[in-house]
Ligand binder design. Structure first.
Ligand code: SAT
Ligand code: MN
Length: 579
């Protein structure tokens, strides 16, 4: 129940359409969470894990046909098709509403409709935005409680502001043929049907905080980005913040909670966020950022003592696991966990064996509150956000892209972001390992025409007197035999160190046509077991390869026609001439 008429009317309308047995307004309390958990244990939707080794941890097994985001049925529904752009599937709003309302008709009979008021960002931050998700999935409620500031305080803010994003969700019958994720950015609303999986169902995350928010951010003069946020504290106790964009499953979570190697005594990494970043120009001419989320929905496989010890440490209590395997004594298990145990059941609940491997689905996930992270910082709660010193773009590229590259200007930085490409991963359904253009890691998430988006990035830079320095990194370079040239994980600290020294003007750079590269020996490789010549390969510019790359980027950018910013094309021509 609410005193905000617009909200009450919407809930009443949806109730009439979907005909649930009951409506439950979620307050986000402990008691409510416990009761929901009990109900899910009873229905089998959730399974309790070993209470001795993993107190408060639970397991959810998705329908095997519903384990990733579904970009081919994800739509941006704007009045003018051009406003959605080539980067999105488009449907006319009227048609989309009609199609979705037909699916929602009576779909909640026998079920409970949960009303979830939530706030993306610290509850008292002017940068935060609120939403309400209506869903028939208790699993969604449990996840939203960890991923957002959910409940009474959010509802109070919504009632005060009167404006909120409306998200309607039903798992429907999980039929992939009757599955759509529709966004109506001009109405600030979302309709999602037929999937219970993460990014399709937890509407605060990709649907609101990226697709709807990016659209809203353009109108309001800020940026909603697919970026982690970390603070890097040096031995003198100064902390500088970095925002970094990588496609799904390229190590954002690992980088966000990295533990510096032994050769960095006295350095600390502070985690502000691992997936989404909302940034706004401050009065001081810098960019200030918040993490709109309150938890992590991270990839489980590969999370181990060497790759991400901080993540492992936060996963031993009060976490929800989705589609991982279990051991004989009911502990969660995934490939790369490194605990010396063996899986007994795979993610579908089948006895584990060579025919039923892997134990964990490649896109299996954990959901956990950010406050459980050993490197969590209170700065994540700061209403004004944290000031960003560097923006880092990166993709999964076996060749060409050097370990790190510094843009010569904001405009060059926007080009580096717009030219990003990466090999596809299991986070979305479809072929894995195909290189595709993924500007700013926003290809699946930009809620409007990419051409307009790049122009918005250029405009934001024009308004900053102290813009962040912009970089491009690549942890995934391989040699001719397909072996990684760079160890990655905690060792990426060495690159962050160089990035920050460049921001502070503490070190030199080798200028090249495509950007600034580290001087030989300037990235500390002490104690690393690199192949001979690896560092040369990682910092070389392959002129012919770059010519081809720039032609491809040029052709790609021009597919956006009149919406492609001239400023970006001019920048590309400048870089090309420099080669
Ligand atoms: O889209 S999800 O939020 O489910 C995960 C991801 O791809 O980052
Ligand atoms: Mn993501």
């Amino acid at each position: 129940m609410t005193r905000l008429e617009a909200l009450q009317e919407w809930v009443d309308d949806v109730t009439r359409l979907t005909r649930p047995d009951r409506v439950q307004w979620c307050d986000g309390s402990e008691g409510e969470a416990r009761a929901l958990q009990q109900a899910m244990f009873a229905s089998g939707e959730l399974i309790a894990l070993n209470a001795d080794t993993h107190p408060g941890c639970t397991l959810h097994r998705s329908d095997p046909g519903d384990v990733a985001r579904v970009e081919h049925v994800t739509y941006i529904c704007t009045a003018d098709r051009e406003d959605a752009g080539l980067n999105n599937h488009w449907m006319a709003p009227d048609e989309a509403h009609a199609r979705m309302d037909a699916l929602f008709e009576g779909c909640m009979e026998g079920r409970t409709l949960y009303v979830i008021p939530y706030c993306m960002g610290p509850i008292d931050s002017p940068l935060s935005r609120c939403g309400v998700e209506l869903t028939d999935s208790a699993y969604v409620v449990a996840n939203m409680r960890l991923m957002t500031r959910m409940g009474g305080a959010a509802l109070a803010r919504i009632e005060r502001e009167g404006r909120f994003v409306r998200g309607l969700h039903s798992i429907g019958d999980l039929d992939p043929e009757r599955r759509y994720i529709m966004h109506f950015p001009e109405e600030l609303s979302i309709k999602s049907f037929g999937s219970g999986y993460g990014g399709n169902a937890l509407l605060g995350k990709k649907c609101h905080a990226l697709r709807i928010a990016s659209h809203q951010a353009r109108d309001e003069g800020w940026l909603a980005e697919h970026m982690l946020i970390v603070g890097v504290e040096n031995p003198q106790g100064e902390t500088h913040y970095i925002a970094a964009a990588f496609p799904s499953q390229c190590g954002k979570t690992n980088l966000a909670m990295l533990i510096p190697p032994e050769s960095y005594p006295g350095w600390k990494i502070w985690t502000v966020g691992d997936d989404i970043c909302w940034m706004r120009p401050g009065e001081d001419g810098r960019l200030w950022a918040i993490n709109p989320e309150a938890g992590f929905f991270g990839v489980a496989p590969g999370t181990g003592p060497d790759t991400n010890p901080n993540a492992l440490a936060m996963l031993d209590r009060d976490a929800i696991f989705t589609n991982v395997g279990v051991t004989a004594d009911n502990q969660p298990w995934w490939e790369g966990k490194g605990d010396g145990l063996e899986p007994a059941l795979n993610w579908k609940g089948e006895p584990y064996g060579p025919d039923t491997a892997p134990a964990a689905h490649p896109n299996s996930r954990f959901t956990v509150s950010i406050s459980r992270c050993p490197s969590y910082t209170e700065a994540a709660e700061a209403p004004q956000g944290v000031p960003i010193s560097a923006i880092v773009f990166g993709g999964r590229r076996a060749g060409l892209m050097p370990l790190v590259l510094q843009a010569g200007s904001w405009r060059h930085g926007v080009l580096l972001g717009a030219g990003m490409a990466s090999e596809t991963t299991a986070a979305a359904t479809g072929k894995v390992g195909v290189v595709r253009r993924d500007p700013m890691a926003m290809k699946p998430f930009c809620g409007y025409n990419y051409g307009d988006y790049w122009q918005h990035w250029l405009n934001i830079g024009d308004g900053l007197s102290s813009p962040p320095e912009v970089f491009h990194v690549n942890w995934f370079r391989k040699d001719d035999e397909g072996r990684f040239l760079w160890p990655g994980f905690g060792e990426n600290m060495r690159v962050l160190d160089w990035v920050l020294r460049r921001c502070l003007g503490d070190t030199g750079v080798v200028e090249s046509a495509v950007g600034g590269l580290p001087e030989p020996g300037d990235i500390d490789v002490d104690g690393l077991d690199l192949a001979p010549g690896a560092m040369d390969a990682l910092t070389a510019v392959d002129v012919e390869g770059w010519r081809r790359e720039l032609s491809e980027i040029d052709a790609y950018l021009r597919t956006y026609g009149e919406r492609t910013p001239q400023g970006l094309l001019d920048e590309l021509a400048r870089v090309r001439d420099g080669l």
